[in-house]
Design a protein around this ligand. Sequence first.
Ligand SMILES: Cc1cc2nc3c(=O)[nH]c(=O)nc-3n(C[C@H](O)[C@H](O)[C@H](O)COP(=O)(O)OP(=O)(O)OC[C@H]3O[C@@H](n4cnc5c(N)ncnc54)[C@H](O)[C@@H]3O)c2cc1C
Length: 393
Amino acid sequence: MRTPPPKLHLVSEHFDIVILGGGLNGAALASALRNGPHSIALVEPHPPAPLGPDTIWDSRIYAYSPGNVEWLQSIGGWGDPVRAQAVYAMRIHGDNTGRLTFDAIDAGLPELAWIAENNRLQTALWQTLRGHPNVRLIQAPASAVTWNPGRHQLHLQDGRSLTADLLIGADGAQSWLRTQAGIGFDEEDYQHIGVVANFTTEKPHRGSAFQWFRPDGVLAYLPLPGNRISMVWSTPPQHAAELRALPAEELARRVTEAGAGTLGDLRCITPAAGFPLKRRRAHEWVRPGLALIGDAAHTVHPLAGQGVNLGFRDSRLLAEALAGGGNAGEIGRLTAYAARRMEDVASMQFTTGGLKKLFARDDGLSQALRNWGMSFANQIQPINQALTRHAVL
Ligand SMILES: Cc1cc2nc3c(=O)[nH]c(=O)nc-3n(C[C@H](O)[C@H](O)[C@H](O)COP(=O)(O)OP(=O)(O)OC[C@H]3O[C@@H](n4cnc5c(N)ncnc54)[C@H](O)[C@@H]3O)c2cc1C
């Protein structure tokens, strides 16, 4: 029997906007644009699988700023099945006497942040898109791009092709689209792996997040609903490998000890996973008919919990720039979007990279200065409040 020839799709389907990558950033942008004037296609080879009512916790758990949560609520993407915990206080410990505390109540805020799982938020965002008349969800990997002036063409591995006035790369830190466009990027290896795992706690966390700057990196406890926390330990590769190889009970003991028993004994509920941490910034974020958002455009150290928050702010501004209709790929509005995002990203990369370096220095003077700086910022109310307000955007 002869094998049938591969299907040839000679006609491209046209969309005003094609978003490549349906992770948190791509899905949030598609959701924000879905009721607007443009037709949208979201291309994602691995759509989120349906989530059952079980209680298995995703190992990727992030802090979301109240400003972004408000925006996600406004587009309908922050609802069932998201399991979220509000953060009312943050207690940060230096590697000596330094202490910095942020309290929502002192800053006149209902909360400082929200903590939720990657997969449940992604599923909630996808729910806003499924069956929507203005959004086509396409499950296929992309294989090539033809860069035509005015209308780029995206070829998919299954033989289909799509044309778009605006092609958006939301395809993560290793962005395939960024590579296809030949856009270079600056990269700095933080020499840290983010080791993540979830635990139950003996004592209630009462909505507090904790962070310890330690000689072996930065350890954070993020509160989850119930007596649970998510741990992120950003630490050099060798120590990360050691932590990841530990049996669950021993890992829980080490994490309890490193957090000075603050929440009593911990018990591991998800295996440890590790993510290499790098700062990246693409040299260009926009070109005629092309835009990059989220990790495709920039990544930061997770010590300030701001990576996806920066991405959501990209999506918020890009959606705003496109809301008026017209040719979505027109360079003027894309340049305006990129210009408005530049400072936020640069200052976050500067701050997180600077803090990581400051705490990596092991001389006595640096240690004294950083711990004094933390306690100083803690005592001066306007500084403390200004830092708090910046974090909630
Ligand atoms: C340890 C750790 C802790 C973190 N904690 C926080 C935190 O507390 N707060 C915070 O704000 N951020 C945090 N971050 C950062 C956050 O994880 C990222 O910024 C965010 O997940 C990036 O989302 P994204 O949608 O841009 O990319 P991704 O989540 O990488 O999604 C990219 C999508 O593109 C798809 N894709 C890839 N290639 C193609 C292709 N060729 N064609 C089509 N689709 C493709 C992929 O399947 C994927 O679905 C943390 C990161 C780490 C590593």
